[in-house]
Design a protein around this ligand. Structure first.
Ligand code: GLC
Length: 441
């Protein structure tokens, strides 16, 4: 049984379905992955070169916010502090913060204002891991993780996780007090079982190290409606499950890893293989993959939090902007199959080449055509259920046959409850995934 720490308001979240993740920090300067401080085992003084020169002179959060709104994204989750420990706001509790770089301003404030001005809800990502804080003990991910045991023990002697816990509480309190209403709090992450790279036990951290109980109580008392992710390693503390970097094959909530208090799930995904700006990473997903990821998530009752990693000069590079505009072009015509929609009821089965979503308020079913067929799409379980159907992007009526498919020289009767929908021979131009909207009886 999990403790009851209260729960946030998931109603808007399950309706809006689509958000923007932003990973921004000093790691945008090395531009080789947001974990670079750990991966390359940076010495503090070497990493602080980035701190000394960070100055995003082309930072215009209004541009990010407009691109997000046009893409159909309804909420944003911004990295206030990532594992590197650098703080993107004017915190009172460390000098390792953005106001002490040449940039000199509270970026978080500007991001919050710009996104709010576009009507987008605000979420904060906050890393539990901190490779800069002097009290954060060396563990399996820390930049000094590969040192021999004696060195690690020595390094950890003066470090006090209790003081680090206080630091987190102070910062979380700042974040949830000074920036108005915050809708999502995204903690990252716990790894209680982990070993050091050489196999030694004790390399992990979990709820005891963070004092997750105190964290969740603080968060819930400051902003009771807030949605919290599930990475505090504390059953009962989370509102959402957060699979990352893969598309689940089914509704993740139906396999909720033992915490029955969680009410929704959100996949977090990247356009390319890294969260922070990575100049040379080349596995950028195609427009089609990006759009299908959104549909796939919603069709399994999930949300999609799609990430961008701004360059160190402050803008989103053309590859990210291209994909955001692909979303914009698709969502402009098809967002009705996303907002307010989720997994179709069990009576509607998916079949070859298409994915379903369903809106229970309007009782409409959406058929997303992944593989454009030749003239007819055969869809299961719709016999006698259709009042009207149309292509969603242009509202043009589609004819269908509820029981039989006419062919030259005879008729072939569906043996099951399928119907056949008559489609134009050519897939509509400029519509990566065409959608059929079905008004059900
Ligand atoms: C991982 C990584 C991290 C990223 C996060 C987003 O846990 O540590 O770099 O911020 O996933 O989900």
């Amino acid at each position: 049984m999990s403790e009851n720490y209260g729960h946030g308001d998931l109603s808007w979240f399950k309706h809006d379905r689509f958000g923007m993740f932003i990973h921004y920090g000093l790691y945008s300067m090395p531009a080789r992955h947001e974990w670079i401080r750990s991966i390359e085992q940076y010495k503090d003084e070497d990493y602080h070169v980035f701190f000394k020169y960070f100055n995003p002179d082309l930072f215009e959060p209004q541009v990010w916010a407009k691109a997000a709104r046009e893409a159909g994204m309804k909420y944003v989750v911004f990295t206030t502090k990532h594992h590197e420990g650098f703080c993107m706001w004017d915190t009172k509790y460390t000098d390792f913060k953005i106001t002490n770089t040449p940039f000199g301003r509270d970026m978080l404030r500007e991001v919050v204002d710009a996104f709010r001005a576009e009507g987008i809800r605000i979420g904060f990502y906050y890393s539990l891991i901190d490779w800069n804080h002097p009290d954060f003990t060396v563990d399996c991910f820390h930049p000094r993780k590969c040192e021999p045991k004696e060195v690690v023990d020595k390094l950890n002697e003066g470090r006090d996780m209790k003081r680090y816990q206080d630091y987190m509480i102070n910062q979380i309190t700042e974040l949830l007090t000074n920036y108005g209403k915050i809708d999502v709090m995204w903690f990252d992450f716990s790894y209680p079982e982990n070993k050091f790279p050489d196999g030694r036990e004790g390399g992990g951290k979990g709820h005891k190290d963070w004092d997750s109980e105190r964290i969740i109580k603080t968060v819930r008392s400051l902003q009771p409606h807030i949605i919290v992710d599930n990475r505090l390693d504390l059953p009962g503390s989370g509102d959402i499950l957060t699979p990352e970097q893969y598309t689940p094959t089914g509704n993740v909530l139906e396999d909720n890893r033992g915490d029955n208090t969680i009410g929704a799930w959100e996949g977090c995904q990247t356009f390319s293989g890294s969260w922070g700006y990575h100049r040379d990473e080349m596995t950028w997903k195609s427009d089609e993959q990006c759009i299908k990821m959104l549909i796939d998530h919603v069709s399994r009752d999930g949300n999609l939090l799609m990430n961008v990693g701004p360059t160190s000069r402050g803008y989103l590079d053309y590859r990210a902007m291209d994909r955001l505009s692909a979303y914009a072009n698709w969502m402009r015509y098809n967002s009705r199959s996303i907002y307010g929609c989720g997994q179709a009821p069990a009576e509607f089965q998916e079949g070859e080449g298409y994915r379903l979503t369903y809106n229970k308020e309007t009782n409409r079913l959406y058929i997303h055509i992944y593989s454009w067929p030749y003239r007819m799409l055969h869809v299961k379980s719709l016999k006698d259920k259709v009042a009207f159907m149309q292509l969603l992007h242009d509202g043009s009526e589609l004819a269908y046959s509820s029981s039989e498919v006419p062919v030259c020289g005879g008729k072939i009767t569906h043996k099951d409850d399928s119907i056949s929908i008559y489609l134009p021979v050519n897939k509509p131009e400029n519509m990566i995934v065409p959608v059929i909207e079905v008004m059900l009886k």
